[in-house]
Design a protein around this ligand. Structure first.
Ligand code: HEM
Length: 293
């Protein structure tokens, strides 16, 4: 390391002249507010404990590569989008994925009956593109103002500190649009065997825009090439009796032995106009788009 690299600097990169004493007014006077480095050092210190996320606290990050087909269906990708990462066959873009559970805290079980987060960050030449996702194709709520309420219903009761079915079903029964996601959660796919064995869904409806400024509506789906595998409640109970981090362990060990998991990015596309033929709003995140039209 050179002398220059060893120099302690402020956040802006200015060399720190003195890290151990402040300027005061006279020998015994008060410290002055011009002590910029002192304020920065203390504000860093005050914030060095990063609080746990309110949702998706237990997560696991993996890095990889996104490789483009250059086409979407039978068309060149440029028909639909000017995003460069899709443009050429074989083009590679670094990708980071954070898998997570939602409701439990940082040290909770990874085989809970709970949605799984599937948050993708693609580091494109034009900047980072975040495509946040879950392993289920719909969401509990349509209006984001209900988010604290649905999460509070699913979180442990503040009195008993246990997940209480009454709180969950109280909210869900008053929120009919949540029934679709609830059905997925209590379906055989409700407890993924591990992060490698689940799909990821963008859930929300996005737009692709081509170089001419023409837009289409799009839903993004990451399809697992490992196949979907899930656990029964009994299997999950047996695992979490002795192991809370089974999903992280599974993907970590797979990558360590060179068995790299893969997903294929698939899209559903719809024209960006009125759709009187549909009995639902294609922008509604509690509905799936039919795959047969
Ligand atoms: C409807 C309104 C929603 C609200 C208000 C909301 C809010 C939040 C909040 C506050 C966090 C924690 C952020 C942090 O502390 O770092 C979070 C994380 C997350 N949310 Fe949502 N969310 C919503 C819907 C969704 C939907 C529809 C999906 C799936 C597509 C989703 C997937 C995720 C994921 C995967 C994370 C974790 C991200 C990571 O791993 O870094 N959320 N959300």
């Amino acid at each position: 390391m050179t002398e220059q690299q060893r120099q302690l600097t402020t956040r802006q990169g200015h060399p720190v002249y003195d890290n151990q004493s402040q300027r005061t007014v006279g020998e015994r006077g008060p410290a002055t507010l011009e002590n910029y480095h002192f304020l920065e050092k203390i504000s860093h210190f005050d914030r060095e404990r990063i609080p746990e996320r309110v949702v998706h606290a237990r997560g696991f990050v993996a890095h990889g590569t996104f490789e483009a087909y250059g086409t979407i269906g039978d068309e060149p990708a440029s028909t639909y989008t000017r995003a460069k990462l899709f443009a050429e066959k074989g083009k590679q873009t670094p990708v980071t994925i954070r898998f997570s559970t939602v409701i439990g805290g940082r040290d909770s079980s990874e085989v809970a009956r709970d949605p799984r987060g599937f948050a993708v960050k693609l580091k494109t030449e034009d900047g980072n593109w975040d495509l946040v996702g879950n392993n289920l194709p719909v969401f509990f709520i349509r209006d984001a103002i209900k988010f604290p309420d649905v999460i509070h219903a699913l979180k442990p009761d503040p009195v008993t500190f246990r997940q209480e079915p009454n709180r969950i079903f109280d909210f869900m029964s008053m929120t009919p649009e949540s029934m679709h996601m609830l059905s997925w959660l209590f379906s055989p796919r409700g407890i993924p065997k591990g992060f490698r064995f689940m799909d990821g869904f963008g859930v929300n409806t996005y737009k692709m825009v081509n170089a001419e400024g023409e837009a289409v509506l799009v839903k993004y789906h990451w399809k697992t090439k490992q196949g979907i595998e899930s656990l029964t409640q009994e299997q999950a109970d047996a695992i979490q009796a002795t192991e809370l981090g089974s999903a992280s362990k599974d993907i970590f060990e797979a990558i360590e032995r060179g068995d790299h998991p893969q997903w294929e990015l698939c899209v559903q596309i719809m024209s960006d106009d009125e759709h009187p033929e549909l009995d639902f709003d294609p922008l509604d995140d509690t509905k799936t788009w039919p795959e047969d039209t």
